[in-house]
Design a protein around this ligand. Structure first.
Ligand code: HEC
Ligand code: HEC
Length: 188
């Protein structure tokens, strides 16, 4: 092998190693771990109780961010703080990979309220996506339980839940706005 060929081989090999993905999240391990979540969030994260948000089809980055926030105490909920405390970073990545891979479900929303909500939703779509499907740090809202969405909007507004972008948005919303927007997104 001449020196040129040899150095090309080395360069190609180095290229291969450099493009290897960072350790991928383990969906199967996430599924196993999710048994502890199912009691509240439902099998596969398809919760049918508005107290517990639907996790099926949620954005993986958003799920990880929330689990970290519950663990660090930045987001408060006594049930979730206890759950998140025992999760490692790998557990969180694996659980997020599993729940996000589950087909999303639709909780539904009152049709008349949803129609009123549609008229106000334009200001939300830039971040949460045209169809409310979310992206990265921006959660999926489509199909989520309306009562859960109202509760979150109210807690951004009163400052109990911290997020600069959403606290700014929520201060502009009345209780009625929250109700109709939640019905609209829940019905998508
Ligand atoms: C004892 C009931 C309970 C269990 C078990 C539980 N959760 Fe939760 N979870 C909740 C409640 C209640 C909320 C909503 C908190 C709120 O209203 O802010 C929530 C919220 C969440 C959220 C935020 C969702 C969003 O849309 O912001 C994530 C992510 C989450 N849970 C993941 C998990 C995972 C992963 C597990 C299993 C390791 C789990 N939960 C187990 C009760 C539970
Ligand atoms: C500038 C970007 C931006 C805009 C505009 C925006 N949001 Fe958000 N929203 C976010 C981010 C970021 C989060 C996640 C916050 C976190 O990590 O806790 C979020 C979270 C939420 C949540 C919590 C979801 C859950 O599963 O707990 C709701 C509900 C919500 N937004 C509703 C709305 C509505 C309704 C509008 C329009 C009135 C809106 N948002 C406009 C950025 C935005």
């Amino acid at each position: 092998m001449n020196i040129l060929k040899q150095s090309m081989t080395v360069a190609l090999l180095a290229g291969c190693f450099l493009t290897l993905p960072v350790l991928a999240a383990d969906k199967a391990a996430g599924e196993q771990k999710s048994a502890t979540c199912a009691g509240c969030h439902g099998a596969g994260g398809k919760s049918s109780n508005a107290q517990f948000p639907i996790l099926a089809g949620q954005q993986p980055t958003y799920i990880v961010n929330q689990l970290k926030a519950f663990k660090s105490g930045n987001r408060h909920n006594s049930m979730m703080e206890g759950m998140a405390a025992s999760l490692s970073d790998d557990d969180m990545d694996n659980l997020a990979a599993y729940f996000s891979s589950q087909p999303a479900v639709k909780a539904g929303g009152d049709a008349a309220l949803a129609k009123a909500g549609q008229a106000k939703a334009a200001m939300c779509l830039g971040c949460h996506g045209e169809a409310g499907a979310g992206n990265g740090q921006f959660p999926r809202l489509a199909g989520q339980h309306p009562d859960y969405l109202v509760k979150q909007l109210a807690s951004f507004k009163d400052g109990a839940r911290k997020n600069g972008q959403m606290q700014g948005m929520a201060t502009t919303l009345s209780e009625e706005d929250m109700k109709v927007l939640a019905a609209y997104f829940g019905s998508l």
